[in-house]
Design a protein around this ligand. Structure first.
Ligand code: C5P
Length: 219
């Protein structure tokens, strides 16, 4: 993924026309668009390729299965045109290795969830987040997902993975996280959904967050 604005749009809308319009509007202001179950279940998997023609697509299916099923899912996602796929780490090294192998064949990237951005992530995920960061680092994935709602956790996960793999960080805006704080804590990209796609002017909202990120880097 080319590091320019360092902003990723989480496009969790369920209307095809709206999804394509917003993608066109924010093109140039986001480095990728993350799409997941809401949009793909509502509109079909061809939407992956349609958006990927405009902006690189990260498919957020949080894949979590045995290696063979993971392989079948990865093949479908990358054949549909996704540039990257988010998978869970808790299924272990064999499942993750399979996802990385399929991604390599397609010239695509894998991102591993370490700790989610919502409060419920403290119930189970945070306890194993650092182990999953290490697992991701060992598997030489493109990056991990770490919570902008807890910049200190972004910092901790950065200290485990070093600088060889990236951190993409959701939770900015509606969930309470700050783009500037996440970037300063060590995130390479922030992921923003509702604060952009629910805005009256999604392009303007994306431009403002991109500026906040740039100002944080320039400080
Ligand atoms: O609308 P909002 O900006 O809160 O969207 C955040 C996006 O990031 C959603 O698509 C959500 O599923 C996703 N996400 C997250 N925490 C993770 C991984 C993904 O919030 N750890």
């Amino acid at each position: 993924m080319i590091k320019d604005t360092r902003l990723i749009l989480a496009l969790d809308v369920t209307d095809r026309h709206q999804a394509l319009k917003i993608s066109q509007d924010v093109k140039g202001y986001v480095d990728a668009i993350k799409i997941g179950y809401p949009l793909v279940l509502a509109t079909g998997k061809d939407i992956i390729g349609e958006i990927a023609e405009m902006v690189p697509v990260i498919a957020d299916f949080k894949v979590a299965d045995i290696p063979n099923t993971d392989r079948l899912i990865c093949e479908q996602v990358f054949s549909a045109g996704a540039n990257a796929l988010i998978v869970h780490g808790f299924t272990g090294s064999d499942s993750l290795k399979t996802c990385v192998e399929v991604a390599e064949v397609h010239g695509a990237d894998i991102y591993v969830v370490t700790e989610m951005s919502h409060p419920g992530a403290l119930d189970f995920m945070q306890k194993v987040a650092e182990d999953m960061a290490q697992l991701a680092s060992n598997a030489k994935v493109a990056g991990v997902v770490a919570p902008a709602t807890r910049p200190e956790r972004v910092q901790k996960i950065r200290s485990i993975i070093g600088n060889d793999i990236a951190i993409i960080s959701p939770g900015v805006g509606v969930q309470g996280g700050s783009a500037a704080d996440a970037i300063k804590a060590g995130a390479d990209w922030v992921i923003v959904g509702r604060s952009i796609y629910l805005a009256d002017d999604p392009k303007k909202a994306a431009m403002e967050i991109a500026k906040e990120i740039k100002d944080a880097i320039d400080q």
